[in-house]
Design a protein around this ligand. Structure first.
Ligand SMILES: *Cc1c(COP(=O)(O)O)cnc(C)c1O
Length: 404
């Protein structure tokens, strides 16, 4: 007997759950793109996008996914043969570096492995060794969606500044934006990379780059840029079509208007961050209890170095794979696969999973996933400690009681 009838829940780290209000806002006739509502509305969207990254500088919108936004970031910052320093903390830094290499950028990689954040001291060392200042930018991921490692961006900025090196700091915040606290201007970030289908709660289809005045200056002489990816007309142009390099992504803009209103004006960004913090703490509390028996472990041991939007874990002997399958076929919940931890051909591949708690997620959704996982662990006879659900409930109760 399966229990899948009812509303299913996709708990993977993107695409995240799109609110019904966002989907309804998109369900409409195409607008006139030459004048009227959508032209007016876009000015407000651009202003609000800056509020999401907490910046007063620039933002460019692309009809693309996160990979497209990576390519756009590379194209605007670099000239062929320029050097980049990439600090990798899981899978996504490697992806970004492969894009950069194929574009002719000389990438030096510091690989922090699969369960550690960026060590700012190592970034400083690499920059100190670059006495001729040939490294144009430091690239890093805020939250790596595979390892779920979270790095301290402000500390990396301070490390860069301590060396007197002029490198830009570019941050992939696709998995953290509008989930995990991020202050572009205060933390001295030059480029923030984002996409629509995670914390922004939209379907995939939009990529974003927020960029600083300093990055804009660098881009004026970067020779990798091609017309479509150029952030100058998108971020500093005046005509409506320039913002999109052609026809506007009309329906995504209606959805984005709705999600920005929900995040910024109704809930408020500090509350969005706190909600993710609390929901993440509930997931971790459950895993802490489960992992007292058997062979279950969170990938990131230090809570300070864990992303607040997604949690990677290991359940040995193929337990993660069987649990994922049980949840999907018996209970209507889809968990994330373990990404980049083992090759799909390696039996250890079935030992990893990820639980997303990203975007349009509340206490009952998160407690529901955890309770369903508990049922799966029991049904499958996977050894696990007790008290996980009680611990998760306490984490929610503590979060609800704490003052903003
Ligand atoms: C999802 C994600 C990406 C890639 O985004 P796509 O839209 O799948 O191209 C890049 N970086 C991080 C950190 C992500 O979580």
């Amino acid at each position: 007997m399966a229990y899948v009838s009812g509303r299913t829940y996709l708990a993977i780290p993107g695409p995240s759950v799109a609110p019904d209000r966002v989907l309804s806002a998109m369900h409409r006739a195409a607008p006139n793109i030459y004048e009227g509502e959508i032209v007016e509305m876009t000015h407000g969207i651009i202003a609000d996008l800056k509020r999401v990254a907490v910046t007063t500088q620039h933002v460019a919108i692309y009809i693309a996914n996160g990979h497209g936004a990576w390519e756009a970031a590379n194209a605007n910052m670099f000239s062929r043969g320029d050097r980049a320093l990439l600090a990798a903390t899981g899978r996504f830094g490697h992806g970004w570096s492969e894009h950069a290499r194929r574009m002719g950028i000389d990438v030096e990689m510091i690989d922090f492995g699969k369960n550690a954040p960026v060590d700012p001291a190592r970034v400083a060392e690499a920059l100190q060794a670059d006495t001729n200042h040939t490294i144009r930018a430091v690239l890093m991921t805020h939250v790596d969606t595979a390892s779920t490692a979270r790095s301290d961006i402000a500390a990396v900025r301070a490390a860069i500044d301590s060396t007197g090196h002029p490198a830009l700091l570019a941050v992939d915040a696709v998995a953290s934006l509008a989930c995990d606290e991020l202050h572009m201007d205060e933390w001295g970030i030059d480029v923030v990379v984002g996409a629509s289908q995670k914390g922004l709660m939209l379907p995939p289809g939009l990529g974003f780059l927020w960029f600083s005045d300093k990055a804009l200056e660098v881009s004026r002489t970067a020779d990798l840029v091609s017309p479509y990816w150029d952030w100058k007309p998108r971020g500093t142009g005046t005509e409506f079509w320039q913002f999109f390099g052609g026809t506007a992504p009309t329906h995504h803009l209606y959805g984005l208007r709705e999600s920005l209103t929900m995040l910024l004006d109704e809930e408020g960004l500090p509350n969005v961050w706190r909600r993710h913090e609390t929901l993440a703490s509930a997931v971790w509390a459950a895993f802490d209890a489960w992992s007292t028996t058997g062979n279950i472990a969170l990938n990131m041991t230090d809570p300070a170095a864990r992303g607040r939007s997604v949690t990677a874990a290991r359940i040995a002997n193929g337990g993660a794979g069987s649990l994922r399958k049980w949840l999907e076929t018996e209970a209507g919940v889809t968990l994330g696969i373990g990404l980049g931890m083992a090759l799909p051909t390696d039996p250890a591949y079935a030992d990893f999973l990820r639980v997303a708690h990203m975007g349009h997620v509340n206490a009952h959704m998160t407690l529901g996933v955890l309770a369903t996982m508990e049922a799966g662990l029991q049904a499958l006879d996977i050894p696990h400690g007790s008290g996980a659900l009680e611990a998760a409930a306490w984490a929610i109760a503590r979060g609800a009681a704490s003052k903003p």
